[in-house]
Design a protein around this ligand. Structure first.
Ligand SMILES: Nc1nc2c(c(=O)[nH]1)N[C@H]1C(S)=C(S)[C@@H](COP(=O)(O)OP(=O)(O)OC[C@H]3O[C@@H](n4cnc5c(=O)[nH]c(N)nc54)[C@H](O)[C@@H]3O)O[C@H]1N2
Ligand SMILES: Nc1nc2c(c(=O)[nH]1)N[C@H]1C(S)=C(S)[C@@H](COP(=O)(O)OP(=O)(O)OC[C@H]3O[C@@H](n4cnc5c(=O)[nH]c(N)nc54)[C@H](O)[C@@H]3O)O[C@H]1N2
Ligand SMILES: [Mo]
Length: 761
C-alpha cells in the first residue's frame, strides 16, 4: 500500500489483521484500517447504473446525478453499456470529447494502477482529453524547469538526509516537516526512514526552525523553534530574509556571479527602487505577522551557518504558489550554499517518506500506458473550468489551450469529489456531460455521481508489484483473498471492454495478470544492468516477496556537479545557470507571474479585505489518519472524528469569540459552501487560522449550491477553484477564508458510510 508494506492475516478466506513488513521499523498505523475497509458496508458489490440514465437514455436527467437511485445490472450488461457509450461518443463527437484524465492515487500496485490502465485503454480506443501536472506540486514542477532546468528539487531525489545529518547546521523549514505525511509514499514504502533520520540530524546537533501556522508540523523531539506566520505570506518572509542579507552585505556575491543570472534585474525590486517599497524585514513583518527582529535574526543565522532551506509542497498549492518556490531558490542562491553538502534547498521534505531517503538510482516496474493518438491535456486542476467553458481558451506555461467539449467522463483510481476545490462548482460542471463512468471499490461521492459504476477489487484481491522511484524496495503483492462481491480487477474490465471494441489483442498483448507481472518485472530487470544493479529472476523475487537495493554509502547532494563544474555540467535552463530573472517567463508577459520572483497578495488571506467577511484562514492539509479519502472508512480515521465529523483545529481566542468549546460541533462556511466539523480548541495553531484535514467523504444534505451543507466535513466545499497563475494553473486549496459558528441545530445523520439508494431492476 502507499502507506507501507505488510502481510495480511487471513482466516477462513477473510483478512482479519495485518502484520507490518519486518524491515520497517516505523510502520504506519493506517495499515490497521485495511481489514475494515475491505469488508466495509460501502464496498460496491456489483455493477450499477443510475436509474435516470437507464430510463431516459443519455441525453437528459444528468441533473439527477448524485440524487437518483441505482439499479443493479449484471457484468455483461454493464460492459456492453460502457463499450457502447465509448463507441457512440467517439463516433459522434470525436475522441477529444472523452475525458480520461482520471487524476488520483489509485493503489500502489504498478500493474493494477487504475489510471494507467484507463489511459492504456483509451489510447487503444483512439485517444482522449487528459490532464497534465498534479495536485501535489503543479506550480512547483512548472516553475522549476525555468529556474533550475529540472523539477528534481520538487519531485526528488533531493539532497539526502545523510547529507543533512552530516553537514547541515541550521534547517529552516517553511511549512515544517510533518511526520504525519511521511507515512506515505506513492507506490509504497518498504521502510519508513524520515523520523529516524530527523532523530539522527538532531543528535548531530542540527538546529531546526519551523515556519508554519501549525506547531504540529514538526516533531516534538526536534525542539524546533516555531515561527507562526499568516498563511500565504511565505514569499514575503523570504523577501524580508533576502533583503536583510543584501542590506547587511551577507549575500554571496561570488556565487551569484558564477552560478546565477539576473540578480541585478531583481535587486531593484528587492530594494524597492522599482515600486517604492523595500521588501525589508519590517515590510515582511507586516505581511506575515512575524516580528521584524525574528526575520533579521534568522537571516543572520542563515548566513552564519551551513543552512538547508525546505519548503513544503503545500506552500505552492496556493495563489501565486510559483513565487514561493522561485523565491526559495533565490534565497538559497544568496546564501551561496547550493550544491554543497547539507546546504542549499529542497522541497517536499515531510511530504512523503521518500524525499531525502538515501537511494541509488534503480528501475521501477511500470505498466505501459501506450502512446496517445489524439486529444489534448489540460492542467490537472482546471477540470471544472473545462467542463463549464467549452471552446474558451486559457494560458498555460507559454501555451494557449482551447477547452474541448466533454461528452463522456471516465474515472478510475481517483476521487475528484475528494480532491477538487469548490465541490459545489464541480457539481454544476459535472452535470454537463452525457455519460459518466466510474470504477471504484467503494461508494465514494464520485461513484455516487456516476451513471455507470463498476466495482473494482482492492490490492489483496489480486497479484501485483509495488515500487516507488524514491524507495529502496520492490514488493511482491500476493493475492490473499477472493474478490469481494462481484468486484473485478480494472485490468480485466478494460481487457473485456477492449475486446468488445475490437482491440483486445493490442490492449492485453496476449498476457494475463501473471504474464504482465513477469513482463514488467523483466523489463525493469534489464534496465537494472544500466544502473550496475542486479535483480534476481522473477520467480525468485516472487517467492522471496521483496527485493532490497543497498543504500548508497555516499550522501547525495542536489546540484553538486553543477557547483563543481558550471561550464561542464550546466543547468538545463536558458542560460545554463540558476535564473533569478527568466527571459522565457518574461516573454510570456504574465502579470501574475512576471520575470523574477515577486510578492503578489493572495486573493484570500488574512492580510486582505476579504478577511472582513470571513476572518479565519482555512488550512486543509493532508490527513494523519488516512490517505486522502482512502481508508476514511477504517478504524484509524473513524477514531479521531468528533461525533462522526472531521475535526477542525481552532485557537482558544477564536473559539471563545464564537462561544465554541472543545468538541463542539460547528458549521464552517463561506460564500462557496458549508460543512459540519468537530472543534478542537488548541493553542498549537496561530490565532486567525483553522485547520481541517482533507478526506472526509463528501456527504451533502442535498448536492450542489452554496447553500448545501456537507454533514461530514470535506473542506473542499470551502476551497477556491482557481489557477495559481497563468504559468502553472495549479490548484490553490491553500488560499481560502472561512467563518465558523456553533451548530445549534439537530445533528443530521451521516449517510455516506452506507450504499446509496438502490432500486429493483
Ligand atoms: N483542500 C485540499 N484538497 C486537496 C489537497 C489539499 O491539500 N487540500 N491535496 C490534493 C492532493 S496533493 C492530491 S494528490 C489529491 C488526492 O486526491 P485523490 O488521489 O483523488 O484521492 P484518493 O482518495 O487517494 O482517491 C483515490 C481513489 O481511488 C480508489 N481506488 C483505490 N484502489 C483502486 C483500484 O484498484 N481501482 C480503482 N478503480 N479505484 C481504486 C480509492 O478508493 C479512492 O477513492 O487531493 C488534492 N486535494
Ligand atoms: N498521512 C498522509 N500522508 C500524506 C498524504 C495523505 O493523504 N495522508 N498525502 C500525500 C500527498 S498526495 C501529498 S501531495 C503530500 C503533501 O505534502 P504537503 O503539501 O507538504 O502536506 P500538507 O499536510 O498539505 O501541508 C503541510 C503543512 O504545511 C502547512 N501550511 C499550510 N499552508 C501554509 C502556509 O501558507 N505557510 C506555511 N508556512 N505553512 C503552511 C500546514 O500547517 C500543513 O500541515 O502528502 C502526502 N502524504
Ligand atoms: Mo498529492
Amino acid at each position: 500500500m502507499h502507506w507501507g508494506a505488510f502481510s495480511p492475516e487471513v482466516r477462513d478466506g477473510r483478512v482479519v489483521g495485518v502484520r507490518p513488513f519486518a524491515k520497517d521499523r516505523d510502520p504506519s498505523p493506517i495499515l490497521e484500517s485495511i481489514p475494515d475497509a475491505i469488508y466495509d458496508e460501502s464496498r460496491i458489490d456489483r455493477p450499477y447504473v443510475r436509474a435516470g440514465f437507464l430510463d431516459r437514455g443519455n441525453v437528459d436527467a444528468a441533473q439527477a446525478r448524485g440524487a437518483d437511485p441505482f439499479v443493479p445490472v449484471d457484468w455483461d450488461t454493464a460492459l456492453d453499456l460502457v463499450a457502447g457509450e465509448v463507441a457512440r461518443v467517439r463516433e459522434t463527437w470525436g475522441n477529444e470529447a472523452i475525458f480520461g484524465g482520471s487524476y488520483g492515487w489509485a493503489s500502489a500496485g504498478r500493474l493494477h494502477h487504475a489510471r494507467t490502465l484507463l489511459h492504456r485503454f483509451l489510447n487503444g480506443a483512439g485517444g482522449f482529453t487528459g490532464q497534465v501536472t498534479n495536485y501535489s506540486y503543479a506550480a512547483g514542477m512548472t516553475i522549476m524547469p525555468h529556474v533550475v532546468g529540472t523539477m528534481q528539487p520538487v519531485s526528488g531525489p533531493g539532497t539526502s538526509w545523510q547529507s543533512i545529518a552530516e553537514s547541515t547546521r541550521l534547517m529552516v523549514m517553511f511549512g515544517g516537516v510533518p511526520l504525519k505525511n511521511t507515512q506515505v509514499e506513492s507506490g509504497g514504502a518498504g521502510e519508513h526512514t524520515a523520523a529516524q533520520w530527523l532523530g539522527r540530524a538532531r543528535e548531530a546537533g542540527v538546529r531546526f526552525v519551523s515556519i508554519s501556522p501549525l506547531r504540529g508540523d514538526v516533531a516534538g523531539f526536534l525542539d524546533a523553534e516555531w515561527l507562526a506566520p499568516r498563511p500565504g505570506s511565505d514569499t514575503a518572509i523570504m523577501l524580508g530574509l533576502a533583503h536583510t542579507l543584501v542590506e547587511e552585505g551577507l549575500h554571496d556575491r561570488a556565487f551569484l556571479a558564477r552560478y546565477t543570472k539576473g540578480f541585478e534585474r531583481f535587486r531593484p525590486y528587492l530594494l524597492g527602487e522599482t515600486d517604492g517599497q523595500p521588501k525589508d524585514a519590517d515590510w515582511a513583518a507586516q505581511m506575515s505577522g512575524l516580528s521584524a527582529e525574528a526575520i533579521r535574526d534568522l537571516a543572520r543565522r542563515m548566513a552564519a551557518n551551513r543552512t538547508f532551506i525546505t519548503a513544503s509542497w503545500s506552500l505552492q498549492r496556493a495563489d501565486h504558489g510559483e513565487q514561493t518556490y522561485w523565491m526559495t531558490v533565490v534565497l538559497a542562491a544568496l546564501l551561496g550554499q547550493i550544491g554543497l553538502p547539507g546546504g542549499g534547498f529542497g522541497f517536499g521534505y515531510g511530504a512523503v517518506n521518500g524525499m531525502g531517503n538515501p537511494r541509488r538510482n534503480a528501475p521501477v516496474p511500470r505498466m505501459p500506458a501506450g502512446l496517445k493518438p489524439a486529444g489534448i491535456d489540460i492542467p490537472v486542476a482546471r477540470i471544472t473550468d473545462m467542463l463549464l467553458r467549452p471552446g474558451e481558451t486559457i494560458d498555460f506555461n507559454g501555451q494557449r489551450l482551447t477547452y474541448p467539449e466533454i461528452r463522456l467522463i471516465y474515472w478510475a483510481g481517483g476521487n475528484p469529489f475528494h480532491h477538487h476545490q469548490d465541490i459545489n462548482r464541480l457539481i454544476e460542471a459535472w452535470r454537463r456531460p452525457e455519460t459518466i463512468v466510474v470504477h471504484e471499490p467503494w461508494w465514494t461521492a464520485t461513484a455516487r455521481h456516476a451513471d455507470i459504476v463498476l466495482p473494482a477489487t482492492t490490492p489483496l484481491e489480486r497479484n501485483d508489484i509495488a515500487a516507488s522511484s524514491l524507495d529502496r524496495f520492490v514488493i511482491a503483492m500476493h493475492r490473499a483473498i477472493d474478490p469481494v462481491g462481484e468486484a473485478r480487477d480494472d485490468f480485466r474490465i478494460f481487457a473485456d471492454l477492449a475486446r468488445r471494441l475490437g482491440f483486445g489483442d493490442e490492449f492485453a498483448e496476449g498476457r494475463d495478470e501473471m504474464g504482465w507481472l513477469r513482463h514488467i518485472y523483466d523489463v525493469a530487470r534489464q534496465q537494472a544492468a544500466h544502473y550496475d544493479l542486479e535483480m534476481p529472476d522473477f520467480d525468485a523475487f516472487w517467492a522471496a516477496g521483496h527485493i532490497e537495493f543497498a543504500a548508497p554509502d555516499q550522501p547525495y547532494v542536489l546540484f553538486e556537479r553543477f557547483r563543481s563544474d558550471p561550464q561542464g555540467a550546466p543547468l538545463r535552463t536558458a542560460s545554463g545557470r540558476i535564473e533569478i530573472f527568466s527571459e522565457t517567463i518574461d516573454s510570456f508577459g504574465y502579470e501574475d507571474c512576471p520575470a523574477h520572483p515577486v510578492w503578489r497578495a493572495p486573493v484570500e488571506w488574512l492580510g486582505g479585505a476579504k478577511a472582513r467577511d470571513y476572518p479565519l484562514h482555512l488550512i486543509s492539509n493532508q490527513p494523519a489518519t488516512r490517505l486522502h479519502g482512502q481508508m476514511d472508512n477504517g478504524r484509524v480515521s473513524r477514531a479521531q472524528k468528533i461525533r462522526g465529523r472531521e475535526p477542525v483545529l481552532i485557537h482558544p481566542q477564536d473559539a471563545a469569540a464564537r462561544g465554541v468549546e472543545d468538541r463542539d460541533i460547528v458549521r464552517v462556511f463561506n460564500g462557496r459552501g458549508a460543512c459540519l466539523a468537530g472543534a478542537i480548541v488548541t493553542d498549537t495553531i496561530r490565532p486567525g487560522v483553522v485547520a481541517m484535514a482533507t478526506g472526509a467523504w463528501y456527504d451533502p444534505v442535498e448536492p450542489g449550491g452554496p447553500g448545501s451543507l456537507d454533514r461530514h466535513g470535506n473542506p473542499n466545499v470551502l476551497t477556491r477553484d482557481a489557477g495559481t497563475s497563468r504559468l502553472a494553473q495549479g490548484p490553490v486549496s491553500g488560499s481560502a477564508l472561512v467563518e465558523i459558528e456553533r451548530w445549534e441545530g439537530k445533528l443530521p445523520e451521516i449517510t455516506i458510510g452506507r450504499p446509496p439508494a438502490i432500486t429493483g431492476t
